[in-house]
Design a protein around this ligand. Structure first.
Ligand code: ADP
Ligand code: MG
Length: 876
């Protein structure tokens, strides 16, 4: 195992061979505010809790069964803070001191007890103050002097000499602006964790390595709206509005691939009190920043980092062991305590404007956390290396190494068991259940392999140095004994010895003064060098300062660029989303168009088929109709032929027996009127019948026609029909005087005639209308017109105007020679013709009438004009 620098957890690059352990999830149920409130969550044993759906939830979701959830431990509402600490955080503290990393976070909806669990109250402290107490209890007497370990601004630490550390201490004391929290004095405000009334935790971690020295650093950050803020940084002061909104920080990767917040203030603390002062300062700043940002604390994630730096002591010098690469001699471990934002969904917050955005972002970062955990679990189950989207939020990005690398991860799920929170609680429980299936790499025991962990050495005793301090003063004093006052010999010897000593002393003095001069000269030289170096260092200091300010400028630019990048990313995502939406819309439309086209093709071919079918049908019908009409006509022609033959026969017979010209005669003086010859008259004939005799030659265009007596019947109340034998004599070539233009019509309309109201009416200049013929009426009239109405074979009213000339007879009466028949036919639109089976224009809502109508419609292009009937006049 290579030496560990600790820091934030190192990424486990190979991923194999290392042991894993699951994320440990604990559940803590808080007590109800009102004990009478109904609950939805209960702990049934130390590992299991049961979630009961509420009536309204049953109605909404149809969820009826109770759900059980198992956790590492379930703390019920009566569990003390101390018990929670012992179960959850104490092992993490032990790991921290052993150089292992840990992450502990509280998760749950707002007011579920996250902050209570993490921070607690002064008289019932939460996990964080207890951690600090236990840490300082454990390393007491083993702490390094302040500033011996110095943050290198790149997530690492440097070791300073004692002298440098002392200098730094003085510098920081001289320049209070740079001073981070001082040792609290009396009467200082420590916030709610002030020393008065605070119950510190006396627990300590046993089995601590006394061969190391330790230093504790804390930092306090907040993630709000996906921006990272340093809560220990001095807020920029605005002279007008007070504090300016804080500057957000950026995340960086250090040389060991660990994530850290760049330029984040890290404060070295020497006691829990100092830590609380820092915590209090951070919380105060958080409030100010929230006011400046118009934010709400429950919407932000707060992260309190404790970093423990340790280094082994040299067994001989009782100082930090000196090695070439000092960095390798330091072990850094970290415990991150995270109080997450409320996990409730944004609509619950009933926020508007900025708050909505903020709530959305919070939920988004929690959602990213959920996604990451889900993907991690999936990757671990399936072995697929899907990319975990840590970078989608600052929260997951900062802690990605905990999940990817090594470091213990623990989560306390805080639950408010109130029944009305059921809907949110079920989400929290699902997430918690999923989280504990994720495996993280087990932390390894840290070893210093540069030096064997040194045994703490007792300090050297001062007596050991005394022999080094003795000086040689020449030969030892001779052992002479003066026997009496005139013992010259002895005195001389003594005098010689003393002289010698004097000489030696003088020599020594000369040597001393020489050495003194040398030393002084050396000192002067050193001082000179020192001054030179000082000047140089001053220069380099200014260069450094310049560089520093340049770096700061670059950093601020980087920050703004990062912001822009974030914004661009957001816009890109938005555009991407819109593009996808548009694409899917386009696909839908294309599909619709294709469907419509195929439908049209289908309809067209259907229509074509139907049209063909109808055409065939029509043709068939027309053929049938034609055949029928032809047959009818043939029958009629035959009948007419037959009748004509009969007529011929009669005429021939009469010609044989009577005068050739006489046809009908009214016996004088009685005027006799002859009826029209029914069907014979209606037969279309333009044959001149006057020449019917022995040699009847049909004369086309001649409109003279005679009626046969044989077929004459009594009609419309006319007088008795005469027989050929009784026919009166008249002159068919009789011509009346036309001088007076006196063509007088006798318009005979038998009673019961139906009024036609047609456009085409016979034009009779002078006429006398009668309904019953009287003899006197026949006197002046020269022309006779009889209106005869009947129903034809198709059931239609057929009106015939039978016209004739009135000729005086030999007996003084009047004979009528019929010479013209006009047939008036009115055809009603619906009855006469069958409805067409031909497809009709859809916008035509009326009935089809007849061929003319249809043609009219066809020509005028769906004109709505329709004639309701037609009149026909056929002249026979
Ligand atoms: P959160 O941080 O989840 O929004 P808090 O920690 O602020 O919720 O808790 C809301 C309230 O509930 C606080 O007044 C807190 O004192 C109280 N509370 C939460 N958990 C407990 C508990 N286990 N015991 C006693 N009081 C609690
Ligand atoms: Mg809270």
């Amino acid at each position: 195992m290579p030496p560990q620098r600790g820091k934030t957890p190192r990424k486990n690059k190979n991923g194999t061979g290392s042991q894993t352990e699951p994320v440990e999830v604990y559940c803590r149920i808080r007590p109800l505010d009102n004990p009478d409130d109904p609950v939805c969550l209960k702990a049934i044993n130390t590992n299991t809790c049961i979630l009961t759906p509420q009536e309204n939830a049953i109605a909404r979701n149809g969820q009826v069964k109770e759900l059980q959830y198992q956790f590492q431990y379930v703390f019920d509402e009566y569990t003390s803070q101390k018990a929670v600490y012992d179960y959850v955080a104490m092992p993490l503290m032990e790991d921290l001191i052993k150089g292992k990393n840990g992450l502990l976070f509280t998760y749950g909806i707002t007011s579920s007890g996250k902050t209570y669990t993490m921070t607690g109250t002064p008289d019932d402290q939460g996990l964080m103050p207890r951690c600090l107490d236990v840490l300082f209890n454990s390393i007491s007497g083993l702490q390094a002097k302040k500033y011996v370990f110095k943050p290198d601004r790149m997530n690492g630490f440097e070791i300073q000499t004692d002298a440098d550390a002392m200098m730094e201490r003085q510098r920081r004391e001289i320049l209070p602006g740079l001073t981070t929290p001082k040792t609290p004095g009396r009467g200082r405000n420590h916030g709610e964790f002030g020393e008065h009334g605070r119950m510190s935790d006396p627990t300590r971690v046993e089995d601590i390595d006394e061969g190391n020295i330790y230093a504790v650093f804390v930092s306090y950050i907040e993630i709000y709206n996906n921006y990272v803020y340093d809560l220990l940084e001095e807020l920029p002061h605005d002279p007008i509005t007070g504090y300016k909104p804080p500057q957000s920080k950026i995340l960086r990767t250090d040389s060991n691939d660990n994530m850290y917040v760049m330029n984040c203030v890290e404060v070295e603390i020497k006691s829990p009190q100092e830590a609380f002062e820092v915590l209090y300062k951070g919380q105060k700043r958080r409030k100010v920043a929230h006011t400046a940002l118009n934010a709400e604390s429950s919407r932000s994630h707060s992260i309190f980092n404790i970093r423990l730096v340790q280094a082994p002591l040299d067994a001989n010098t009782d100082m930090i062991a000196q090695v070439q690469d000092q960095e390798k001699n330091i072990c850094i471990s970290q415990l991150s305590l995270v109080d997450l934002a409320g996990s409730e969904r944004s609509h619950r917050t009933k926020n508007t404007g900025d708050r909505i955005k903020e709530a959305g972002n919070i939920n988004q970062s929690l959602m990213v956390l959920r996604n990451c955990i889900e993907l991690l679990r999936e990757n671990q189950k399936t072995g697929l290396g899907k990319l975990v989207p840590y970078r989608d939020s600052k929260l997951t990005h900062l802690f990605k190494n905990y999940f990817d690398g090594d470091g213990k991860v623990r989560m306390v799920v805080c639950v408010n068991p109130k029944a009305i929170e059921y809907d949110e609680t079920i989400h929290v429980m699902k997430f918690a259940e999923m989280t504990q299936e994720v495996l993280v790499t087990k932390s390894q025991q840290v070893k210093f392999d540069i030096l064997e962990t040194p045994v703490k050495r007792a300090p050297p005793v001062i007596e050991d140095y005394i022999p080094m301090m003795t000086y040689s003063l020449g030969p030892s004093f001779p052992s002479l004994e003066v026997l009496h006052c005139r013992d010259e010999y002895t005195l001389d010897q003594l005098s010689d010895y003393l002289d010698e000593r004097n000489r030696l002393k003088e020599n020594l003095m000369i040597d001393f003064s020489r050495k003194q001069d040398q030393f002084r000269a050396q000192l002067v030289k050193i001082e000179k060098e020192y001054n030179e170096m000082k000047a140089k260092s001053h220069d380099s200091q200014s260069v450094l300062e310049k560089r520093e300010s340049y770096i700061q400028k670059l950093e601020s630019r980087l920050r703004s660029l990062e912001k822009r990048q974030d914004e661009t990313n957001r816009q890109y995502k938005e555009c991407e989303r819109e593009r996808r939406e548009l694409e899917s819309k386009l696909q839908d439309k294309n599909m619709k168009i294709r469907q419509e086209k195929s439908e049209k093709d289908r309809l067209r071919s259907d229509f074509r088929n139907r049209l063909e079918h109808n055409n065939q049908q029509w043709e068939k019908n027309l053929q049938k109709e034609r055949n029928k009409i032809e047959n009818e006509l043939e029958g009629q022609i035959n009948e007419k032929q037959h009748k004509l033959n009969m007529l011929k026969h009669i005429v021939n017979t009469e010609t044989d027996s009577d005068t050739p010209t006489a046809r009908f005669r009214t016996p004088a003086p009685k005027t006799r009127t002859y009826t029209t010859p029914g069907k014979i008259m209606s037969a279309r004939s333009e044959t001149d019948m006057t020449s019917v005799g022995k040699n009847p030659v049909p004369t086309p265009r001649s409109r003279t026609q005679t009626a046969t007596v044989s077929s004459a019947r009594s009609m419309h109340g006319l007088n008795k029909v005469g027989t050929p034998k009784n026919t009166p004599q008249y002159n068919p070539r009789h011509r009346r005087s036309r001088s007076s233009n006196a063509e007088i019509w006798l318009d005979h309309r038998p009673p019961g005639s139906v009024e036609l109201g047609t456009v085409l009416q016979p034009r009779l200049k002078k006429k006398k209308s009668v309904s019953k013929l009287e003899v006197k009426d026949t006197k002046e009239a020269t022309k006779y017109i009889l209106t005869h109405q009947d129903i034809d074979s198709a059931g239609e009213l057929e009106t015939k105007l039978i016209k004739g000339n009135m000729l005086p007879t030999a007996g003084g009466g009047t004979a009528v020679v019929f010479n013209d028949v006009e047939t008036l036919k009115q055809i009603s639109p619906g009855s006469r013709k069958r409805r067409s089976s031909c497809p009709q224009p859809t916008d035509y809502d009326g009935d089809w009438t007849d061929v003319e109508d249809r043609c009219g419609i066809a020509i005028e292009g769906h004109s709505r004009k329709r004639s309701r009937g037609t009149e026909k006049v056929s002249r026979v």
